[in-house]
Design a protein around this ligand. Sequence first.
Ligand SMILES: [Zn+2]
Length: 378
Amino acid sequence: MVQWIMECVTTVSYSILINGGLTNRFQARKGLRQGDPMSSYMFVLVMEYLSRTLKTFKDIPDFNFHPRCVKLNLTHICFADDLIMCCRADKISIQLMLDKFNHFSKVTGLIENLDKSSIYVAGVSQGFKDMISADYQFKIEALPFKYLGVPLSSRKLTIQQFYIKKQDFNTMSTPSQACWLVRKVFDIRDWYLSIDSFANINNYCRKGQFNIQKAYTLARPQFQKVHWKALILGSTIPRHNFILWLALHHRITTVDRLEAWGIQVASGCVLCSSEKIETMAHLFFECQYSRNIWSTLLNWLGERHQIGLWEEEVVWLTKRAKNGRPRNSILEFLFAAVVYHTWTERNMRRFQGRKTETKSRIRDIVLQLHIKGQQKTK
Ligand SMILES: [Zn+2]
């Protein structure tokens, strides 16, 4: 077998094409003819030698495996001529590893290309890195690097590392193999550039650094502010706030709205015994039920206020809310609670046929207010 191989390796001759004419054949000093199907087998045999040499590390007590490779006794990964060797970052281990490799080079004549070799050290001091780069001829580089075309990194790659690299983000084309989200990030460049003010990146900087909040605020379409803004921004219970927000938009599904959509339900108000059609205006605060809760709570606070229609109440409260006194925050909280509890009671009666007494609703609201107050003082 060895003889056969040596026969193949030593009898190679070449001829070169110069100016259209072939030169005389000459002997090669080593190697196979280019494209010889035997070359891959030869390579595997030779690399197997390296592999076995490196496997002896587990018998050398001075050698330390890379912390993540101890379990597997892993020292190297090799694919064709691409070789990764790894060990713990200490002087002895690195030296042992290089000794083995140099021995392999001497035996086989396969020498590393220093221009294409790098060393990657992590989790060590700068001083140690400096020592490594002084002692060995390898370049010290940082992760991520590419192995078999795939970037390797100890953590998740950023868009910058994976797609942009050294290109200019403003002018490069959208990477077609990227996922939808990343492509959208790229696509949005044009949209940003279409806004005049974005031509200058400084508009989006704070203290010299790009600020995502500023970019977002400036890029958002500017709408007119609603007059009841202060009511929604008060500190209420989130689910109360949501129903209040729907009500402020006149979007809660009262009977009149359902009818407009062609849905037929019993039209009378389920909260009071009147035959009035259930509308926003009736629920807040024409209806005896909600009016009762709201006025009880206002009396409890000692507020002298004549309860009016929905819009009037919103205007009155907004005025109060703009003044940040604690009493006004309490009013805001109670108002959101009244709207929420009225709406919940309506749903309970309509869909489940259950009733809660007004008294216990009021008790719940006051309790919730106390809990909220305690949270705030903490
Ligand atoms: Zn009613």
